[in-house]
Design a protein around this ligand. Structure first.
Ligand code: ASP
Length: 448
């Protein structure tokens, strides 16, 4: 069995964190492949190496001297190497990099965060270092060439005796030009590697013990989510409960490799396992998690006999499309509908949008409600059970919270409610307190 273990920026931020990583890797002989991010923040107020390198690029672009910035970056690597007694020639390699800095592309400069961190970690773990530029192959359009990447990964496995360390976040086109994933993209490298190796598990080590059933800034000590499906995770992440780079799930999801989120600082915590279908356990929570976001806006459109007309909703939606505004939800009634959008997306255009809808749809009335918060209650176990939404709405009603909008995702795995911004936190607490711990029996399923 092969596991790919990816360690995020905070897990490799200092010599102390390096020690934790080594302990974790050595604990399980199946952890044969390691991916690292660039060293991240050691404490609040500290800088991520990637951010500093982006700043280097900005200095170069505006012809500002970046000597002291480069020295700060070098210092971070020197500190780690010194404290762990590593032989990697940080000073020489960094001097080469700094002297030639103006000849490099911005993407190359940023990729050195992962490259240096990876070199140090590879030596410390006693694993061969494989340069991502040699194995992660990008098409010129920025997408990964999975076929070539897989072939190169497999060659690298053979060449390096079945185990290696790969820096995350970058790769290269066939002509050797360095390309980056988007921010947080080390997660994507890990997922791609897991897929190319046909790994049994993709471990994503970070600084939290996986997903929680609610935001701990709102709910006191919410329980952790041990098992979640990819679909549920997308719903929760979209609503702000994000632990993993979103694009990281696709390479592993397609081939059914589970992802386990683990905490480098508390490795004994179970964390969260994300997979396509969580095998049904006899007892599971009714609600997997609750997440939400504030500051949405709803444009309510009412038109008598709309139900007999064709194209009314389309006309309204095409106005939003013209203004490049993405739509979150469209709750509908018989003679009315609402278009819910992110408030920030229409900050400067809402008056023009309303007046265009007025002209093109000719509704009886149109009104805009802002300050709307959306709360999504997500749970695969809700779908086969009658009455869950009724209970949720009842609980909110008893707490005096007015629900201003209701929709349900088409697969019935989430119920989405709109409440006033002012009721947002309280509504989440009410739902969590009343249902967060509820357990349901899945009859006739295996017990694990
Ligand atoms: N170092 C990159 C970033 O800070 C990528 C990563 O950490 O995954 O975004």
């Amino acid at each position: 069995m092969i596991k790919v273990a990816k360690f995020g920026g905070s897990s490799v931020a200092s010599a102390e964190q390096f020690r934790k990583v080594k302990r974790i890797v050595e604990m399980d002989p199946e952890r044969k492949f390691v991916v690292v991010s660039a060293a991240g923040r050691r404490h609040k107020g500290d800088n991520k190496i990637t951010d500093l390198l982006l700043l280097v690029n900005a200095h170069i672009e505006y012809h500002v001297d970046c000597t002291s910035l480069l020295a700060t970056i070098e210092e971070r690597f020197l500190d780690i190497a010194k404290e762990l007694g590593l032989n990697f020639p940080v000073a020489e390699e960094f001097a080469k990099f700094a002297n030639e800095i103006k000849t490099y592309s911005p993407e190359y400069v940023v990729s050195r965060g992962e490259w240096f961190t990876g070199q140090l970690m590879a030596e410390y773990l006693g694993m061969p270092f494989v340069d991502a530029a040699d194995v992660v192959v990008f098409h010129h359009n920025g997408k990964v060439d999975m076929e070539r990447t897989q072939a190169r990964v497999r060659e690298a496995v053979v060449r390096n005796g079945g185990s290696f360390l790969l820096p995350g976040f970058y790769g290269a086109t066939v002509d050797g030009t360095i390309k980056l994933f988007e921010r947080g993209g080390g997660d994507i490298t890990g997922a791609i590697l897991a897929r190319c190796l046909d790994a049994s598990l993709y471990e994503n080590w970070t600084d939290v013990s996986g997903f929680r059933a609610a935001d701990p800034r709102i709910v006191d000590n919410p329980r952790g989510i041990h098992r979640i499906t990819f679909e549920e995770m997308r719903e929760l992440s979209y609503m702000g409960a994000s632990v993993l780079q979103e694009d990281a799930i696709f390479p592993v999801r397609e081939v059914n490799i589970p992802i386990q989120i683990k905490n480098t600082n508390q490795p004994d915590d179970f964390g969260t396992i994300i997979r396509e279908n969580t095998s049904e356990h006899a007892r599971e929570h009714l609600i997997t998690g609750i997440a939400g976001k504030k500051d949405f806006m709803a444009v309510h459109v009412q038109k008598a006999h709309m139900s007999n007309e064709v194209g009314t909703v389309r006309k309204a939606l095409s106005v939003f499309e013209r203004y490049g505004v993405s739509i979150e939800h469209i709750p509908t009634g018989v003679d009315s509908f609402a278009v819910v959008v992110n408030g920030a997306d229409v900050k400067d255009t809402i008056y023009s949008i309303v007046s265009d809808i007025q002209q093109e749809v000719q509704p009886d009335s149109i009104n805009v409600v802002d300050g709307l918060a959306l709360i999504s209650v997500v749970g695969r176990n809700m779908s086969r059970r009658a009455g869950t939404s009724g209970r949720i709405f009842g609980a909110l009603g008893n707490a005096g919270i007015n629900i201003r909008m209701i929709t349900q995702s088409s697969q019935e795995i989430s119920i989405i409610m709109g409440v006033s911004n002012a009721d947002f936190e309280r509504a989440i607490r009410v739902i969590y307190d009343q249902f967060g711990q509820d357990v349901v029996e899945n009859k006739g399923t295996q017990i694990q």
